[in-house]
Structures are given as structure tokens and as C-alpha cells.
Design a protein around this ligand. Structure first.
Ligand SMILES: *[C@@H]1O[C@H](CO)[C@@H](O)[C@H](O)[C@H]1NC(C)=O
Ligand SMILES: *[C@@H]1O[C@H](CO)[C@@H](O)[C@H](O)[C@H]1NC(C)=O
Ligand SMILES: *[C@@H]1O[C@H](CO)[C@@H](O)[C@H](O)[C@H]1NC(C)=O
Length: 244
């Protein structure tokens, strides 16, 4: 039974028009088998009993890259220069254009083995990120967030936060996109010292005045000093400065 079916199948195959043509032949509209045209050419006229297939070459920006029984060549693929592609190999009658990506772009869609049919610009990593892996012609840039304690302004490298020295104070915390801000602490350090010296001198001056002029002159100054303290710090020191 199986054998009968198989034999019948083979017979059916050989009898079906169109399946009779050899791999190097094509079937014409009226069911004839004709030799295929070579790469770079297409059929201009089907074969007859007397003549072989007549072929004509692909011209004017068209190509045919395989043996065929077609009537028209394929249009050459343009390389989209505005989108990062350039023609690495021009189109010939037998081969299509081979487009490649320009620097700074990567291929989004491959064409055949080596060509590229569409490209995209490499992603630029933003502030707070660094380039983990630079883009290639095949892959996009890989970005990575800066780890804690680092910042990145331009999205290329992460830099460790500045460590404020002992003579500096931190006026701004760092984050992923900006550094710690340190300011020289000298002014802040010396202000209390200066104030202390001034205060000491004032007290000393008052003491000397007290010894020289007696208690009455000190009594006069006390209300002025309390007034100064009630409003703000600096008039007070000015008053005391005057005293000394
Ligand atoms: C090819 O292009 C040229 C100029 O554009 C034209 O003169 C010629 O007829 C074209 N040939 C074919 C086969 O289309
Ligand atoms: C910045 O990052 C790039 C890419 O990751 C690396 O090649 C380069 O050496 C880095 N530069 C500095 C100064 O760290
Ligand atoms: C990082 O710090 C800067 C400056 O202090 C600030 O302008 C920015 O908004 C901060 N960014 C984040 C994500 O906190």
C-alpha cells in the first residue's frame, strides 16, 4: 500500500507541469522549461524549441544577484546618508549596494551578511551616568548610573566627590550630577576668635576704665550694652569697640 502511494506520488510529481524543470531552468507562462539567465541579467525572451533563453543585463541602478527567470532587475538599495549609512560597495549588475554605518552610529537592521539597511545614532549618556560600554557599529552605547559617592557632569565618567579638607566646610552635598561644594573655613574659624579677642580687650578696657574712672562710668555703659544685645550682635561689638 505504502509502496503504491509512493510510486503514485513520484508519477504525479513527474506529470505535474512546472515541477518538471531542472534547478537551472525556469517555467514559462505556458508551462515550458527554459534555461535561467545568469546573475546580472534577466529574461528578455523565453526560449523556443529552436533558440535558448534571451537575457539582457541589468542597467541603470538595478541588479540581479541570482540565476533567474524574471523579467525585471531589482532596484539598487540606496544608502541613507542622512541616517548614518554610506555605500561601502557600489551596486553592480550582479550585486546590490553594500551600506555600512558611519562612526557614531550603530546598525539596527542587518542586510545579508555584511550590509546594513538602517542605522541609529549612538545614545549619549546623560549627566549622572557614565559610559559602561562605548557604542560600536553593531551595538548602542551602554550607560550606567554613577554609584553613590560619585558624580558625572557630562555623562562620560563618574568622578568621586571632593573630600573637604580640615580647613574647609561643606556647603553643598554631592549627588549624581554635581560635586560636593567646599568653602574655605578661615573666615568662619577666625570670626569667633576675633570676637573673643575683641571681647577680652573690651573687658580689659572696661576694667582699666573702672579702676581709673570709678564705678559711675561703668554704670552709664550698662544700659547701652543691653540695648545692643537686644537688637543684634554687631552693633554691640561696635559699641564695645568704641569703649576700648
Ligand atoms: C539608462 O539611463 C540613461 C540615462 O538616464 C538612459 O539614457 C538609458 O536609456 C537608460 N537605459 C535603460 C535600459 O533604461
Ligand atoms: C573616561 O571614560 C572613558 C570611557 O569609559 C575611558 O576610556 C577613559 O579612560 C575615562 N577617562 C578618565 C579620565 O577616567
Ligand atoms: C544635585 O545637586 C544640584 C546642586 O545642588 C541640584 O541642582 C540638583 O537638582 C541635584 N540633583 C538631584 C537629582 O538631586
Amino acid at each position: 500500500m505504502f509502496l503504491t502511494l509512493t510510486v503514485f506520488g513520484f508519477v504525479a510529481m513527474f506529470m505535474t507541469p512546472g515541477l518538471c524543470c531542472s534547478p537551472k531552468e525556469y517555467q514559462t507562462r505556458d508551462g515550458q522549461c527554459c534555461p535561467m539567465c545568469h546573475e546580472g541579467t534577466v529574461v528578455r525572451k523565453d526560449c523556443t524549441r529552436q533558440t535558448g533563453t534571451r537575457c539582457s543585463p541589468c542597467v541603470n541602478g538595478t541588479f540581479m544577484n541570482r540565476p533567474n527567470g524574471l523579467n525585471k532587475c531589482n532596484p539598487c538599495t540606496p544608502c541613507d546618508q542622512g541616517n548614518g549609512l554610506f555605500a561601502k560597495q557600489g551596486c553592480t549588475a550582479a550585486t546590490d549596494t553594500v551600506c555600512h554605518v558611519v562612526n557614531g552610529y550603530f546598525c539596527k537592521a542587518l542586510m545579508d551578511e555584511s550590509g546594513c539597511s538602517s542605522a541609529e545614532k549612538h545614545t549619549q549618556c546623560g549627566p549622572g551616568h557614565r559610559i559602561k560600554a562605548p557604542g560600536t557599529s553593531r551595538t548602542d552605547t551602554v550607560c550606567e548610573s554613577c554609584p553613590s559617592g560619585y558624580f558625572s557632569l557630562d555623562g562620560v565618567n563618574c568622578t568621586v566627590w571632593t573630600l573637604c579638607s580640615q580647613t574647609q566646610i561643606k556647603t553643598k552635598e554631592g549627588n549624581m550630577t554635581s560635586d560636593v561644594v567646599c568653602v574655605a573655613a578661615s573666615r568662619h574659624h577666625y570670626f569667633p576668635i576675633a570676637a573673643l579677642i575683641l571681647f577680652t580687650l573690651t573687658v580689659a578696657g572696661l576694667g582699666i576704665k573702672g579702676i581709673k574712672g570709678g564705678l559711675s562710668s561703668i554704670k552709664n555703659e550698662i544700659p547701652r550694652t543691653s540695648d545692643g544685645m537686644a537688637s543684634s550682635g554687631s552693633p554691640e561689638s561696635k559699641d564695645r569697640g568704641h569703649l576700648g
